[in-house]
Design a protein around this ligand. Structure first.
Ligand code: OSB
Ligand code: MG
Length: 375
């Protein structure tokens, strides 16, 4: 349940792009990233500032949304829809851009900034606003495609030693069966899963079925980004649970996935589904349907990470997600206190008002490559 917050008046907004080098290149079936360029939304009102982070990448490999499309949607349509209007609740504000088709990650960034501001104005943490019940989030780590199998094994060993509770490996056709076999041999009881980012088709059925012998928790998004029908066919012929990511961008997609049997688990990313409030509704639907969920990630800076942790504190998030510590991504995050992994392999849910994090203004300025005022 989402707490209804008192109305806030939005007096101004800014759009910023921060560029942060990744500690190591991140390779998926759709490409390699060496740094993250994140669009940040800042909203001003009530004498305060709220921050939101856009999940979009630089290139349209995961989604059609990019740094440029999200900047354009935010400056032309999404922010003008909510700026300078009467005091309104976050729900009322989000309703003003619902006419904009698509651009879910851009909408989610604006919503996050508004919720941060409204939470600060009301003295309420984002986790409390969203209906969170946990204070610590057991965390997994998502490992990109590595140059060699030994490199992958070394990396896994390091993350397990740090305390991570689940290993996710990116895979693609030809970098899958041997990978799963070798990792399973080296780590017989580690909670393990694969993420294909849509790299397979039903013609790979026999190959995918062979993954059933490796005791995987799940395989994430094996088939096309916009498919639910073939995923249902695959799930009916495979024992390993399918977890959907790219294929579920709305409640309508989710209902179709339930009806068809396109999987058994959902990775929830607020950016993919147009915001935290829609993400909570999707979480609630999964909880009633008996689908476990976990919180995905998009290599967020500390700002987006704080929102992910608040979302992951809801009761249906029963599986460790991609909510890794700041140092798994960045040498220098943009928070005064970066997120650290506890020895138990958990991250804390921020308890302060709004996102509950303090931005390191100097680090933010150093990382900024673009700043514009929206009026
Ligand atoms: O498919 O979950 C994905 C990163 C960028 C784009 C898509 C995905 C990912 C990850 C990384 O797997 C998750 C994270 O640690 O943030
Ligand atoms: Mg994924």
């Amino acid at each position: 349940m989402i707490a209804e917050l008192p109305p806030v008046r939005l007096e101004g907004a800014r759009l910023r792009v921060v560029a942060l080098p990744l500690v190591s290149p991140f390779t998926t079936s759709f490409g390699t990233q060496t740094r993250r360029e994140a669009v940040l939304v800042e909203v001003f009102g009530e004498g305060m500032r709220g921050f939101g982070e856009c999940a979009a990448g630089v290139e349209p490999g995961y989604s059609y949304e990019t740094r440029e499309t999200s900047l354009e949607a935010l400056r032309r349509y999404i922010l003008p829809a909510v700026l300078g209007t009467d005091p309104s609740t976050p729900t009322q504000l989000a309703a003003r851009w619902s006419w904009v088709r698509g651009h879910n990650m851009a909408k989610a960034a604006a919503e996050m900034a508004i919720l941060d501001l409204a939470g600060k104005a009301a003295g309420m943490s984002l986790a409390t606003i969203l209906g969170g019940t946990k204070e610590e989030i057991p965390s997994g780590v998502s490992i990109g495609i590595q140059p060699s199998l030994p490199a992958t094994l070394t990396m896994i060993e390091g993350y397990l030693a740090e305390g991570y509770r689940r290993i996710k490996l990116k895979c693609k056709p030809g970098y899958d069966l041997e990978l799963a076999a070798e990792v399973r041999r080296a780590f017989p009881s580690t909670p393990l899963m694969l993420d294909a980012n849509s790299a397979y088709s039903l013609s790979d059925l026999e190959r995918l079925r062979q993954l059933d012998s490796f005791d995987l928790m799940m395989i994430e998004q094996p088939l096309a980004h916009d498919d639910l029908v073939d995923h249902a066919a695959l799930q009916s012929q495979m024992e390993t649970p399918i977890c959907l990511d790219e294929s579920v961008e709305s409640m309508a997609d989710l209902r179709a996935a339930f009806r068809l049997g396109s999987g058994r688990i959902l990775n929830i990313k607020a950016g993919r589904v147009a915001g935290l409030m829609p993400a909570v509704a999707i979480h609630d639907a999964c909880l009633s349907q008996g689908w476990p969920v976990w919180c995905g990630g998009m290599l967020e800076t500390g700002i987006g990470r704080a929102a992910n942790l608040a979302l992951a504190s809801l009761p249906g998030f029963t599986l460790p997600g991609d909510t890794s510590a700041s140092d798994r991504y960045y040498r220098q995050d943009i928070l005064e206190t970066p997120f650290r992994l506890s020895p138990q392999g958990t991250l804390p849910v921020p308890q302060g008002p709004g996102l509950g994090v303090v931005v390191d203004e100097a680090a933010l300025d150093r990382a900024s490559v673009h700043l514009e005022v929206i009026s």
